[in-house]
Design a protein around this ligand. Structure first.
Ligand code: SF4
Length: 336
């Protein structure tokens, strides 16, 4: 347990958490919506500090980050809890879990040692929403930086501006995961948030802070697969983040409370892929569907295959040292 940052003490031993847009007002002994931040005698504490529930060495492509240290491995950690309540959460056994007592304690330094032992190039805070365990993530990230490891978040983006300020200088890349195709009605019904606007605000802050961004958009058949919504999202990205921002449209698979919704058909994903390309996005991908041609990186000018992928493995890397297309010399947005 550790005292949290970014909270405000209020009268009568109440306190407000300023970490995410839920801004939970907590009375004594109350726990926030995320399940991991508790008011004890007027101060908010992080209950999962030093308590990762999952640790795994993953290819960075699994986050997915396709343009940031491609082909590297990241030591990935997550805790229990979440500030969203997605009805189709793919990691619901973590996000909805409440029991903390039996989770083994692992210090930030030990996490970094484990990452180094496994030859990871970086650490990824993922599986559940890393914003809710920010104090733990930042303490790990600070040590990791000193050992020349990079740090990445896989996030729903529902964090406050203050959180992005804290990430600056420690978190190098973020995958922002849209779960509702930019549609507020969907967000209210299936995620339990009022609006997706804060996610767009976070993206602007991340860009300002020069943190590398990739976007994912989960396409839920029948209820979150509207092409007009996808168009709005893509046009916003082009205008505000740039057409070189990688975007991944992900296939849905039935999980948690939405076991009756089928997997996303390839045809629906392909329409999203074509739309984003037609609108001018340079790096578009499909995920959670076995279509390797849609996982490759193509030169946006001459269409040569620059990085060939098979699931999360790179089978061909065809870029110059300065990350140009070897054929037409177009500079490719890849950080290594
Ligand atoms: S991080 Fe948790 S406690 Fe803080 S505002 Fe968000 S849901 Fe509430």
């Amino acid at each position: 347990m550790k005292e949290c940052i970014l909270y405000k003490k209020l009268k009568n031993n109440k306190a407000r958490c300023n970490l995410c847009y839920r801004y939970c007002n907590l009375g004594e002994n109350q726990i926030g919506f995320c399940g991991v931040r508790k008011n004890i005698k007027g101060k908010i504490y992080l209950l999962v500090y030093g308590k990762p529930s999952v640790m795994h060495l993953d290819p960075i492509e699994k986050k997915p980050l396709f343009h940031f240290h491609p082909g590297s491995f990241v030591f990935s950690i997550g805790t229990i809890g979440c500030n969203f309540n997605c009805q189709y959460c793919q990691n619901w056994d973590l996000s909805r879990e409440k029991a903390i007592e039996n989770i083994k304690n692992i210090s930030p330094g030990k996490i970094v040692s484990l990452a180094l032992q496994q030859n990871a190039k970086g650490i990824s805070y993922t599986y559940n929403e890393p914003t809710i365990f920010l104090e733990y993530a930042l303490d790990i990230a600070k040590i990791a930086r000193k050992k020349a490891l990079f740090n990445t978040f896989v996030s729903n983006g529902y964090m406050t501006k203050e959180v992005v300020n804290k990430m600056k200088g420690y978190i190098d890349a973020v995958t922002i995961d849209f779960k509702a195709n930019g549609n507020d009605n969907f967000a209210k019904k299936y995620i339990s948030i009022v609006s997706e606007k804060p996610i767009y605000d976070t993206l602007l802050e991340l860009k300002k802070s020069k943190i590398f961004i990739e976007i994912t958009d989960l396409i839920v058949p029948g209820i979150g697969d509207n092409l007009d919504d996808a168009k709005k999202l893509v046009l916003w990205i082009i205008e505000n983040l740039g057409d070189e921002t990688p975007i991944h449209f992900l296939g849905f698979h039935p999980a948690y409370k939405m076991l009756d919704v089928p997997r996303t058909e390839f045809g629906i994903l392909e329409k999203h892929y074509k739309l984003a390309k037609e609108l001018g996005m340079k790096y578009v991908y499909l995920g959670n569907i076995n279509k390797p041609n849609y996982e490759n990186t193509y030169c946006p000018k001459c269409n040569s295959i620059l990085i060939k992928r098979d699931f999360f493995s790179i089978t061909k890397f065809n870029l110059t040292e300065s990350k140009e297309c070897p054929k037409c010399k177009t500079k490719i947005n890849i950080l290594d």
